[in-house]
Design a protein around this ligand. Structure first.
Ligand code: GRF
Length: 187
């Protein structure tokens, strides 16, 4: 199984995948790691791990459609079996979803369908939920929508800040992503 991983930030979930592959506990090939912006630690750490990287910088494109087309062709060039959105902070075009139908996997730091969007941890805390968590799902063209593959609950502690809660969620998120990828990689 070949995957392309898309990141926008630090890529700590991606690092867990890189480590699991290196340790032999996850049997897949990371064909490339791509980002939508310059200077992400996710790209830096991927390059340091010897992986192929690419950037389709949103700001370099005159229109959204141009960026959509560039992202699709950059990812498709690696002929991945699955594309993983791991902290990739952009909604992809319907053309991208069609090209990778049932093969575009997203991770989200909340128990979808609750608290979609860029601030899933903050929104869950603001609501006052006592349990939140993480979701790995097949992404469609919506914001954090599409069939759920797996979820892990995480308790919200009275002393939690958004950062402390997100860090605990990310520990669960990494484990869940690796488990799901392992299952998808089964022949
Ligand atoms: C993850 O919680 C992801 O679900 C969210 O942003 C975080 C990405 O963290 N969208 P990292 O880039 O893997 O460190």
């Amino acid at each position: 199984m070949r995957i392309v991983v898309l990141v926008s930030g630090t890529g700590s979930n991606l690092q867990a995948v890189i480590d699991a592959v290196a340790a032999g506990s996850l049997d897949l090939e990371i064909a490339a790691v791509g980002a939508d912006r310059l200077d992400t630690f996710g790209i830096e750490r991927s390059a340091a791990a010897g992986l192929e990287t690419f950037v389709v910088n949103f700001k370099d494109y005159a229109s959204r459609a141009d960026w959509d087309a560039a992202l699709l062709s950059a990812v498709a060039a690696y002929t991945p079996d699955y594309v993983i959105s791991s902290g990739f902070m952009r909604i992809v075009a319907p053309s991208f979803i069609n090209a990778f139908e049932g093969r575009y996997v997203n991770t989200h730091p909340a128990l979808l369908p609750a608290f979609p969007g860029a601030h899933g941890v903050r929104d869950a805390m603001a609501y006052g939920v006592k349990v939140t968590g993480c979701t790995v799902h097949f992404a469609d063209a919506g914001v954090d929508t599409g069939p759920i593959i797996a979820q892990t609950p995480v308790a919200v502690l009275p002393e939690d800040t958004e950062e402390s809660l997100h860090e605990r969620i990310k520990i669960a998120e990494r484990e869940l992503l690796i488990k799901v990828l392992g299952e998808l990689a089964q022949p």
